[in-house]
Design a protein around this ligand. Structure first.
Ligand SMILES: CC(=O)CC(=O)SCCNC(=O)CCNC(=O)[C@H](O)C(C)(C)COP(=O)(O)OP(=O)(O)OC[C@H]1O[C@@H](n2cnc3c(N)ncnc32)[C@H](O)[C@@H]1OP(=O)(O)O
Ligand SMILES: NC(=O)C1=CN([C@@H]2O[C@H](COP(=O)(O)OP(=O)(O)OC[C@H]3O[C@@H](n4cnc5c(N)ncnc54)[C@H](O)[C@@H]3O)[C@@H](O)[C@H]2O)C=CC1
Length: 313
């Protein structure tokens, strides 16, 4: 059943992409998991009208709950001495987020679509080709992919000039960076709109070419993988590896804690994709222990177990 709850539609059909890109006010976020819920939150906090889409109503209910709780944390800090203003901030931000289980319907009123679904090229292709036929001409499409090529993702759409990467970091409300990725055909107007939107939702934007892992993941993922290999070889315990990198290198989390936090499935999707593409790069070789944990459903924090055990949320 399609459920698109009270949403003010702005129907603007620009005949083509142009330097006339208007400011983005209406954002459709597709994928209501770890990343999509954070992207919806920071957008709503910044005054944007948001539709958060997931195929699963249960995921949407869980996302709304966690967004409410996280907005509460933000409000506590922002309105320390004015709790009533904090409550207003939370309720107004929440009211800007509508939910839907129908991506196509939700894209019809978007100035910007940010996709944050599973890290799988064919699933992303299926989604974007469907959306390309229904979204208004002026709508910019962006992917939050961790590791896939923006040029490859956008190969299925006609609006290649209105397509780019907007790569957020987990947890989205806390991490201040946004990587803005220009594909080969991303227009100047689209790039400018994405940069302006990133700033408007409170992020510091950096620009990167469409290169595997962009900046952060090209450095971070091999580091996490090396830590898993170190542990797999029995060179040190998980706790000691994490303690070492926190106390010896100043990281806020150790690499195995971080792998659990990102999701071991996402780590595996990234590594498998790169290994397939660059089979001669030893840093991207499969890791039997990672494969085993994923096969056992030990996906990290979200599953209650990965390298460590967690209370299930
Ligand atoms: C895979 C990819 O494609 C890319 C990626 O995302 S890679 C992963 C990138 N992320 C990282 O590297 C995260 C590394 N870890 C950290 O930075 C920190 O451990 C952390 C911010 C996650 C938690 O920090 P912590 O000090 O251990 O915990 P905690 O005290 O609960 O939180 C710190 C602050 O963040 C806030 N916070 C934490 N999670 C939050 C959330 N989901 N929403 C809102 N606020 C949150 C807390 O309220 C707290 O705020 P104050 O300090 O102002 O009170
Ligand atoms: N986990 C992380 O730390 C980070 C992940 N990313 C990227 O963000 C994307 C999402 O990752 P997560 O949020 O971690 O995944 P997740 O597994 O938490 O959430 C993905 C959600 O997408 C939904 N979904 C799948 N197909 C869909 C479709 N066709 N239409 C609508 N919803 C659909 C699923 O039901 C699920 O709720 C991936 O591309 C990932 O690589 C980017 C930065 C950090």
């Amino acid at each position: 059943m399609t459920k698109l709850v009270q949403f003010g539609v702005i129907a603007r059909n620009f005949s083509s992409s142009s330097a006339m890109q208007a400011a983005i006010k209406n954002v459709t976020v597709i994928g209501g998991g770890l990343m999509g819920s954070g992207i919806a939150q920071v957008s709503a906090q910044a005054g944007q009208n948001v539709i958060l889409v997931d195929l699963s109503p249960e995921v949407l209910a869980k996302s709304q709950k966690s967004i409410g709780a996280n907005l509460g944390r933000v409000a506590k800090k922002m309105y320390k001495d004015k709790p009533q203003d904090g409550e207003k901030f939370v309720s107004e931000s929440m009211a800007r987020i509508k939910t839907s289980t129908d991506p196509a319907e939700a894209a019809k009123s978007a100035d910007l679509v940010v996709e944050a679904i599973v890290e799988n090229m064919s699933v992303k292709h299926k989604l974007f080709s469907q959306l390309d036929g229904v979204a208004p001409n002026h709508t910019i499409f962006a992917s939050n992919t961790s590791s896939l090529s923006i040029n490859e993702i956008c190969s299925v759409v006609k609006r290649k000039d209105r397509f780019g990467g907007l790569h957020f970091f987990n947890p989205v409300p806390v991490m201040r960076l946004l990587e803005v990725v220009r594909g080969a055909e991303t227009s100047d107007a689209t790039y400018k709109s994405m940069m302006e939107w990133g700033k408007a939702v409170g992020k510091t934007c950096i620009t990167c070419k469409d290169t595997p892992g962009f900046v952060v993941n090209r450095l971070l993922v091999p580091y996490i993988c090396e830590a898993i290999r170190l542990y797999e070889r029995g060179d040190a315990s998980a706790r000691d590896i994490d303690t070492a990198m926190k106390l010896g290198a100043g990281y806020p989390m150790g690499p195995l804690e971080l792998a659990d936090y990102v999701g071991l499935d996402t780590n595996k999707f990234i590594l498998d994709g790169w290994h397939k593409k660059y089979p001669n790069q030893p840093l991207f070789n499969p890791i039997p222990l990672l494969d085993k944990l994923v096969a056992e459903g030990k996906l990290g924090v979200k599953a209650g177990e990965g390298f460590y055990k967690y209370d299930k949320k």
